[in-house]
Design a protein around this ligand. Structure first.
Ligand code: NAD
Ligand code: UD1
Length: 338
């Protein structure tokens, strides 16, 4: 299949392009490079032996999208493009609603104009807000506590209404838990700008000597060791979830909603220990105040995806930490070293 991958130059999108190519599909990457590096194209080629098609463009540009979908005879769209930093979204809500919500509406309008009726959307476990219990199933109530989360929820709601009005479309909402890890080649990985907001990139930058110590945001949660518990999932397992979604429901009219997680929770200190083992480096940390808006624990019940998509996460915490370390140690400054 020819698949338009918006945001395909980014962290999750680039790994998904590798898995798409290796499964025999043709990804057409559509990305404005706002948060990614053009060197990703060479890296995908080095891994797969295939240079992916790339269109530099913005998802708020309907004409450019229609042109890309028509010229490349696109069958389906996987939509990763968007802004994703929670703290920044509080400072810049307009930019977040414009990129994430307006951008998605323009994309769907362009798909309609191009007669492409199959869409897979990158949602997030953030739509569950502060869940009443764990593990989380897809029918849990949804809510938002910041503009980023609200933009994901709004898009889910817009797409749900749109699919109801257009019952021949296949729209899949994939709710990611915490993606970490890198391609096992060490050639691709997560390369955040500035100080990382998320745990794994912060730990790996401490291990490689770019930062002094990790701040652990609170050790007084009601969890086994007091630190926050999350469902970390290897980015390649997540990528494979998109292929399974396309394969199993991408041509089936309907609104399809799945959690993509492992079903296991790990604490901040579990992650520190696992990373120290994988890297052989020490990761000094200090306990600081809780981060505003954080929740104690969050992990998925992934049974629906296992049953309906025949997908399950197979990579272990050791794979996640070893692969992250390979990427970080070979590219201490991310793609700017390439
Ligand atoms: P990323 O920032 O690495 O990738 C996003 C890509 O989209 C970048 O290459 C960026 O240049 C591009 N982009 C942004 N705005 C664009 C626009 N207007 N037009 C065209 N391209 C644009 O992020 P990621 O971690 O790969 O996340 C991908 C998607 O998954 C996002 O929608 C994100 O919200 C969602 N998600 C991510 C996580 C996570 O922890 N990484 C968790 C849950 C959901
Ligand atoms: C964060 C976002 C969430 C988004 C998700 C994507 C917030 C409040 N939430 O979730 O909306 O969908 O990323 O993966 O930003 N931690 C530390 N020190 C650090 C960084 C993190 O102790 O320097 C802890 C956190 O308190 C948390 C855990 O590590 O317990 C994971 O944090 P993070 O990687 O930021 O992910 P989430 O908070 O789950």
């Amino acid at each position: 299949m020819n698949i338009l991958v918006t945001g395909g130059m980014g962290y999750i999108g680039s790994h998904t392009c590798i898995q798409l190519i290796e499964a025999g599909h043709t990804p057409i990457i559509f990305d404005n490079l706002y948060n990614s590096n053009a060197k990703v194209l060479d890296r995908i080629q080095q891994v797969t032996g295939t240079a992916p098609q790339f269109v530099k463009g913005d998802i708020r540009d309907k004409d450019a999208l229609v042109k890309a979908m028509t010229e490349h005879k696109v069958d389906s769209v996987i939509h990763f493009a968007g802004l994703k930093a929670v703290g920044e979204s509080v400072e810049k809500p307009l930019e977040y609603y414009d990129n994430n919500v307006n951008g998605t509406l323009v994309l769907v309008d362009a798909m309609r104009a191009s007669d492409v009726h199959s869409l897979v959307f990158s949602s997030s476990a953030t739509v569950y807000g502060d869940p009443a219990s764990v593990p989380i199933t897809e029918d849990f109530p949804t809510s938002a506590t910041n503009p980023y989360g609200r933009s994901k929820l709004m898009v889910e709601e817009c797409l749900t209404d749109f699919q109801k009005a257009n019952p021949d479309w296949s729209i899949t909402l994939l709710r990611y838990f915490n993606p970490v890890g890198s391609h096992q080649s060490g050639l691709l990985g997560e390369d955040p700008n500035g100080i990382p907001n998320n745990l794994m990139p912060f730990i790996s930058q401490v291990a490689v000597g770019r930062r002094e110590a990790l701040s652990v945001f609170g050790n007084d949660y009601n969890t086994p060791d007091g630190t926050g518990v999350r469902d970390y999932i290897h980015v390649l397992d997540l990528a494979d979830g998109h292929l399974s979604a396309l394969d199993k429901v991408g041509s089936t009219p309907g609104l399809h909603v799945y959690n993509l997680g492992t079903g296991n929770g790990s604490s901040v200190l579990d992650m520190v220990k696992a990373f120290e083992q994988a890297s052989g480096k020490s990761v000094p940390y200090t306990i600081v105040e809780r981060r505003a808006g954080d929740i104690a624990e969050c992990w998925a019940d992934p049974k629906k995806a296992t049953k309906e998509l025949e997908w399950t996460a197979t990579r272990t915490l050791q794979d996640m930490t070893e692969d992250t370390w390979r990427w970080q140690s070979q590219n201490p400054n991310g793609y700017s070293d390439a």
